[in-house]
Design a binder for this molecule. Structure first.
Ligand code: SF4
Length: 360
């Protein structure tokens, strides 16, 4: 079932201060949606969605919804509620900070049909949270997550990698704790140095160094695997490449790529393929030329950007040729390997099998 979010952008509304990495106006380049404009935005979006079975949610993003003045929260939700009652939308979601959650706030959201709360957690390492001036500790995140789940909301957790004081090991510790909190969905964002933020100042003073793109892909891949293994959806990796985010002077430094999530998945396919080839050689002996099999919709992920994955595997295994063929079927995310004379995979690594082999 296709899912659509109708975004209602409220940049920095309810933020207790401006976080060191954050400049919502630059990354989404939209002004605050006034309450009076909400109905029109929802109606306009609904007209563009032809799919009768789509799951549609209105999403309040870019601010800190539960810390907005209560009357204004009600006014926003009141504008959206009739769409929910008429079943024209199936849910309301919003993002907020973990230290802005309590029972009273949740009761207000429940009253007006909010079903999903995304917490901007970023990290569960207290030193990273402190170095990034987040203003709360991991303990507060745990309380907020438990309360949100207890009250029957769906819980989303947004994480950032490469924050000041962060390292791969700390990200993996955070991922492990997040798994134990059992959220319904995760977003992973590599930290970027955005113009007009304190992080830009730190970067220019030499006090902060962002991750390289390769490092960010590697960390995100390990976290992605950790979450998927625990059956937790990873609904986004990398910032949405809005036009203004890509305009000159907005991203000062950092691992930005317009298809960051795709890069992570390509890396996973490459590693799965390497495992399939190793097993092929172990069982059938070394070969000079091989075929990799994938689902037709996974061809580009297997191939990688500019066929990078193929060249890399070719070099690593000293192969004279690596061909890719597609095999249709209900399952995706598997990689098969075979000698050139075979019409079907001789060895196959499913995603589940690969997760097991990694032992993450
Ligand atoms: S990260 Fe969240 S709380 Fe911090 S300034 Fe940005 S929108 Fe506000």
């Amino acid at each position: 079932m296709k899912h659509y979010n109708i975004p209602i952008f409220i940049p920095h509304l309810g933020c207790p201060f401006k976080c060191i990495f954050c400049n919502q106006k630059k990354i989404a380049s939209q002004e605050q949606t006034l309450v009076e404009g909400v109905v029109r935005i929802v109606e306009n979006h609904l007209q563009t969605i032809a799919d009768q079975d789509a799951q549609i949610e209105v999403a309040f993003f870019g601010g800190n919804f539960t810390a907005i003045d209560e009357d204004l929260q009600r006014a926003y939700l009141q504008a959206v509620y009739p769409f929910l009652k008429r079943n024209e939308i199936q849910g309301i979601r919003l993002s907020t900070r973990p230290d802005c959650i309590d029972l009273k706030k949740l009761n207000l959201l429940a009253e007006w049909g909010v079903n999903t709360i995304e917490l901007g957690v970023q990290s569960l390492n207290d030193e990273v949270l402190k170095a990034s001036c987040r203003g709360y500790k991991a303990e507060e995140v745990f309380k907020a997550c438990h309360l949100i789940k207890e009250q029957g909301f769906k819980l989303g957790i947004q994480l950032m990698i490469g924050l000041p004081g962060d390292e791969h090991e700390r990200d993996m510790e955070t991922a492990g704790i997040v798994v134990s909190l059992q959220p319904d969905m995760i977003r992973i964002y590599p930290t970027l140095v955005i113009a007009a933020t304190h992080l830009e100042t730190m970067y220019l003073r030499g006090e902060y160094q962002p991750l390289s793109l390769e490092e960010a892909v590697a960390v995100s891949k390990d976290m992605y695997v950790r979450f998927r293994k625990a059956d937790i959806d990873v609904i986004r990796m990398g910032l949405h490449p809005a036009e203004d985010l890509r305009s000159e002077g907005t991203i000062i430094a950092g691992p930005f790529h317009p298809s960051f999530g795709e890069l992570v998945e390509q890396e996973i396919f490459k590693e799965q393929a390497a495992e399939a080839i190793k097993r092929l050689f172990a069982v059938y002996g070394r070969q000079e030329e091989i075929i990799l099999f994938v689902h037709p919709r996974d061809l580009s992920k297997m191939s990688g950007q500019k066929r990078d994955n193929i060249y890399c595997l070719q070099e690593y295994f000293s192969l004279s040729k690596v061909a890719i063929k597609s095999l249709d079927g209900p399952e995706r995310d598997w990689v098969g390997a075979a000698g050139v004379s075979s019409a079907l995979p001789q060895e196959l690594i499913s995603r589940e099998r690969w997760y097991e082999l990694l032992g993450i």
